[in-house]
Design a protein around this ligand. Structure first.
Ligand code: KG4
Ligand code: ZN
Length: 346
């Protein structure tokens, strides 16, 4: 059994973040003041592409192969020696158990060797922390919409940084809706960026896909009907007209997802009375979503935080940032953390 280093009085300094929850191996170093010194990401898209989705066993192996080189590169780009680190933050969950275990084991070994605290971070807390990476002045309380491959969650983030869940998807996550839609349109994996690119040449009003509002006032989401509607639409179209109208299909399908996201995010802002909204996670990289959010925020005078693209999809800078908040809040870190595949946001 390992014991935690004596770290209850954390001396603020550089932090290494490590992220291996899914199909990206990532490491990042934050400076003492929280500035991002490096943000290294290797994607496994090539490994999983021919399977049309992520194969967990292959993901774990790919993380094992690259974790050391990615971390060393993050340190090299930051211009720091290992001994200058004062803490390590690692994604503890949610995610693929075997993939998480690679990052957690590596972080614990490194923390033990350097005798510095290791903090386990929720992947969701990481995405939420990304809203403050480029904009440390982003205010609290605020509404945060996390839209990724596994989550579509609306939170009220309190001044003490705790999250209260306001609404979530009842079936598919927004990223899943993009990925499944792209699969039906045979655009490959990951589907979000492919639909985003193609939709720029299409008409978002061309095809009327259903928009599920659920019951009045609900801040929950549902995307499974939309995906079914795309499937039915394709079944009644000839192959030729599918090809001819591919960009319109992509643009209209995307529009149905992003308009609901915008609508519910601003409904949450109204119902909580806050003046600040952050939209984070892989889907927040979507160009149409970003445009609609910016227009609406400007017209309603809402302070909007949209992370730069490098911090939208999975990265370790957001994990380091969330870990830094924990250490600053007095959390001492421990080498007894374990991977938790179904960890949720506190
Ligand atoms: O946050 P993320 O990298 O990983 C998870 O935590 O799941 O999000 C991945 C999701 C995928 O479903 C991907 O298709 C989607 O984000 N995504 C996008 C875009 N870029 C990534 N969806 C729409 N438009 C994009 N540009
Ligand atoms: Zn993520």
């Amino acid at each position: 059994m390992t014991t935690a280093p004596a770290t209850s009085t954390w001396v603020s300094g550089p932090i290494l973040g490590i992220e291996t929850s899914c199909d990206e191996t990532a490491a990042s170093v934050l400076a003492t003041d929280g500035a991002v010194l490096s943000n290294v990401i290797t994607s496994q898209h090539d490994v999983h592409q021919r399977f049309g989705g992520i194969v967990p066993e292959l993901a774990s192996r790919a993380h094992i192969e690259s974790i050391e080189a990615v971390s060393a590169e993050a340190m090299r780009q930051a211009g720091l020696a290992w001994t200058e680190l004062t803490g390590i933050a690692v994604t503890q969950g949610p995610g693929l158990a075997g993939a998480l275990l690679v990052g957690v084991s590596y972080a614990k070994a490194l923390g033990y060797a350097l005798n510095i605290p290791v903090v386990g971070v929720s992947h969701l807390e990481g995405h939420i922390a990304s809203a403050w990476l480029k904009d440390p002045a982003f205010p609290l309380p605020s509404v945060v919409l996390v839209v990724s491959g596994g989550h579509t969650h609306l939170y009220y983030k309190q001044p003490d940084r705790h999250c209260r869940l306001l609404g979530a998807t009842r079936d598919d996550a927004a990223g899943e809706a993009f990925d499944k839609g792209a699969q039906l349109l045979q655009l490959g994996y990951p589907g979000g960026p492919a639909i985003d690119r193609l939709a720029r040449q299409g008409n978002p009003e061309a095809i009327a896909f259903p928009r599920s509002h659920l019951k009045k006032g609900s801040l929950d989401f549902s995307f499974s009907g939309l995906k079914t509607s795309l499937l039915y639409r394709l079944q009644v179209m000839s192959e030729l007209s599918q090809v001819e109208r591919l960009a319109d299909l992509a643009a209209s399908y995307q529009e149905a997802i992003v308009t609901i996201l915008v609508e519910k995010a601003f409904a949450a802002v109204r119902s909580t009375g806050v003046h600040a909204l952050a939209v984070v996670g892989g889907v927040s990289a979507n160009s149409r979503l970003r445009t609609l959010l910016e227009q609406r925020a400007a017209s309603e005078s809402i302070y909007l935080s949209l992370p730069p693209l490098a911090y939208c999809t999975d990265n370790a800078a957001m994990i380091a940032a969330a870990g830094r908040h924990s250490l600053q809040a007095g959390f001492s870190g421990t080498l007894e953390i374990d991977a938790q595949a179904s960890l949720s946001c506190s």
